[in-house]
Design a protein around this ligand. Structure first.
Ligand code: NAP
Ligand code: MG
Length: 484
């Protein structure tokens, strides 16, 4: 299949600024989750391909890319951003077909990718070192330098946003990158490489090797020529990658899962909260690391919140991505069966809202009707484990202290929100909640390229997005000069 209008052959890898054939003899089938049909074939990148990509990145650091000034890096990132915007509709269609995102959600991801490029284009030449007062006769200063070759392993749920935040920030700091997209969704990663090539990104600064995690991904994480690994994905694979990179003593950023809570107090503006409460659960069919899968509600407003959230759920419609409804399919039949496995454990829980799959939705699509449960105990499996599907649980609470205890009562710590008009409570809880981001009277699942993002506990460590990512994608050198 030819991907028009970018004219890509998706069975190729992008290495050293050129489209090249993988050394592996087989390809992988890419499935359209809206109907289960085969979309196209993609390369099944091998250890050898990864090695070629790392070598190309190493050469880039010694060549034009390594010599580029911060301002020059910024200029090319800005051009990539413009290239993304010039192809909004093409990228939107690709992502909708590949991931199953309704068009409006896919389009929002394209715009976010462009925003990351704009943000990091502007940030390139604004990362400064410090001068440090020291002993008499010395001048001491710090330099921020790239790690070198950075490896980027990303999942299928937000390919473009995650490319933007990790590859974008790494390039801004002058690293040369090797990207291994998810086997289930890699078309926009390939399109991004072509856009970057056309924008004039020097050869080897970005390399893309699609393939299997256990092969291409594992080869990238253990490669001795890789100096930093950015991983977004599951807890299990994150642990594996931390172990592997430890053998080369290489720093790693882990953006893993979550079980993020939104806390709704009796004094909250419920009407303002409602769209955030439900959207943060059903956005991308719940396949969002920062999905607000737990809604904690104080007793005084509990009945009202349950009824109004339930009403919204009842109105949600699920169908093919190109029909652009509220929800599309899940990424795969496999993901659907994982979510159904959780729903099978909901025995005895009260369903207070449920969306519907449209009648003409193809039977082979990976559709799951969004389901809202209320009256759920905080220790129930549906309130503890990441489901990664359109399922939210509502948990009642009485006191602020109890709410914090429930909110902090999982192994994760990614995002949290507080809905309350009480300013003192907002400040208290912002400190007490165990999360990498706390939203007060709003919620930003996936949003905000400017906002540092990342987790604690099983949600991972390290920060991406915003300016903070630029520190993560660079290393600090202290220069101490004695001049007498
Ligand atoms: P996953 O299975 O961990 O896969 C993520 C990436 O890692 C894919 O590219 C995968 O390749 C690759 N991979 C798999 N095994 C590997 C190995 N042994 N060595 C190196 N790479 C390997 O996760 P997923 O199922 O795609 O995504 C869902 C999970 O990601 C959820 O838990 C979610 O919370 C998390 N997530 C977190 C964030 C965040 O920012 N915190 C964002 C999005 C998703 P394959 O495609 O071949 O499997
Ligand atoms: Mg797919």
């Amino acid at each position: 299949m030819t991907l028009t209008p970018l004219g890509l052959d998706p069975t190729l890898c992008f290495i050293g600024g050129a489209w090249v054939r993988s050394s592996a003899s087989t390809c992988l089938a890419l499935i359209n989750p809206s109907d289960g049909s085969a979309l196209c074939e993609i390369a099944c990148g091998s250890e050898n391909d990864v090695d070629r990509a790392v070598q190309a990145a190493t050469s880039a650091l010694q060549g034009e890319w390594g010599k580029a000034t911060a301002a020059e890096r910024g200029r090319v990132l800005a051009k990539i951003g413009q290239g993304v915007l010039a192809n909004v509709e093409e990228l939107t269609q690709l992502e909708a077909m590949d991931v199953g995102k309704p068009l409006k959600q896919a389009r929002a991801d394209v715009i976010a990718l462009a925003r990351y490029m704009e943000f990091y284009a502007g940030a390139c030449d604004k990362v400064h070192g410090e001068t440090i007062p020291y002993l008499e006769g010395y001048t001491v200063y710090t330099l921020r330098e790239p790690h070198g070759v950075t490896g980027h392993i990303i999942p299928w749920n937000y390919p473009m946003q995650i490319i933007g935040r990790s590859v974008g920030a790494a390039l801004a700091m002058g690293n040369a990158t090797v990207l291994k997209p998810a086997e289930e969704a890699c078309l926009t990663a390939l399109a991004f490489a072509e856009i970057a090539r056309r924008a004039g990104l020097p050869d080897g600064a970005l390399n893309v090797v699609p393939g299997l995690g256990a092969e291409a991904g594992a080869a990238l994480t253990r490669h001795p020529g890789v100096h930093h690994v950015s991983f977004t994905g599951s807890v299990g694979v994150g642990k594996l990658i931390q172990e592997t990179t430890a053998r080369n003593v290489v720093p790693v950023t882990l953006e893993l899962g979550g079980k993020s809570p939104q806390l709704v107090f009796d004094d909250a503006d419920i009407d303002a909260a409602l769209p955030f409460l439900v959207n943060a659960g059903i956005q991308n069919a719940g396949q969002t690391c920062s999905a607000a899968s737990r809604i904690l509600v104080q007793r005084g407003v509990y009945a009202r919140v349950v009824a109004q959230m339930g009403k919204r759920y009842d109105g949600f419609r699920v169908g093919p991505a190109l029909e652009d409804l509220d929800l599309g399919p899940l990424i795969s039949a496999r993901q659907k069966s994982i979510v159904e496995g959780y729903l099978a454990q909901a025995d005895g829980l009260e369903v207070v809202g449920k969306g519907r799959i449209v009648a003409d939705a193809p039977t082979n699509g990976a559709y799951v009707a969004p389901t809202l449960f209320a009256g759920v105990r905080a220790d129930h499996v549906l309130a503890q484990e990441e489901i990664f599907g359109p399922v939210q649980v509502i948990i009642p609470f009485d006191t602020e202290e109890e709410a914090v205890q429930i909110a902090n009562g999982t192994d994760f710590g990614l995002v949290a929100a507080v809905w309350s008009q009480n300013g003192a409570r907002q400040m208290r809880l912002a400190k007490q909640l165990r999360a990498g981001q706390v939203f007060l009277n709003n919620y930003g699942a996936g949003g905000g390229v400017e906002l540092p993002f990342g987790g604690t506990g099983l949600s991972g460590h390290g920060r991406e997005k915003g300016f903070e990512a630029l520190y993560g994608f660079s290393t600090l050198k202290t220069v101490a000069a004695f001049h007498g």
